[in-house]
Ligand binder design. Structure first.
Ligand SMILES: [Zn+2]
Length: 128
């Protein structure tokens, strides 16, 4: 299912961790899909239009997957309101961050790090 010009639902549900653990990470409500579509239209598609292809490393998470990756209990990933964006380099990441800060729909914007790996967590709330 296409969520916006360049984003498909499958990009937000695929997960190496889910695959490895045999977790079926599929949206369980229309609300979650609508939230992901909103996030795409308001945040990720504008970012893509500006910088070219971007890679989502974590989008929607079912409760089981969220527990498996150590996500916080009320994570916006559970509602399809958040995405983690792969950063090709720290420099590019800083450009993404500066651009995302200009988008009014952005709710949470966090530079995250695990060892040497950095990514951007960004969220938007369709239902306030
Ligand atoms: Zn995240």
């Amino acid at each position: 299912m296409q969520l916006s010009t360049n984003f498909r639902l499958s990009e937000f549900t695929r997960s190496d961790t889910a695959k490895r653990l045999g977790i079926e990470n599929e949206c369980s409500s229309v609300e979650q899909v609508l939230n992901l579509a909103y996030l795409c239209h308001m945040v990720l598609q504008p970012l893509r239009d500006r910088f070219g292809p971007i890679r989502i490393t974590s989008g929607y998470r079912c409760p089981e997957l969220n527990r498996a990756v150590g996500g916080v209990k009320n994570s916006q990933h559970l509602r399809g309101e958040a995405a983690d964006i792969h950063l090709p380099s720290v420099e590019k990441g800083k450009e993404y961050l500066a651009f995302l800060k200009t988008l009014p729909a952005v709710d949470e914007l966090i530079w995250e790090r695990n060892g040497n790996v950095c990514w951007i967590h960004v969220s938007a709330r369709r239902v306030k």
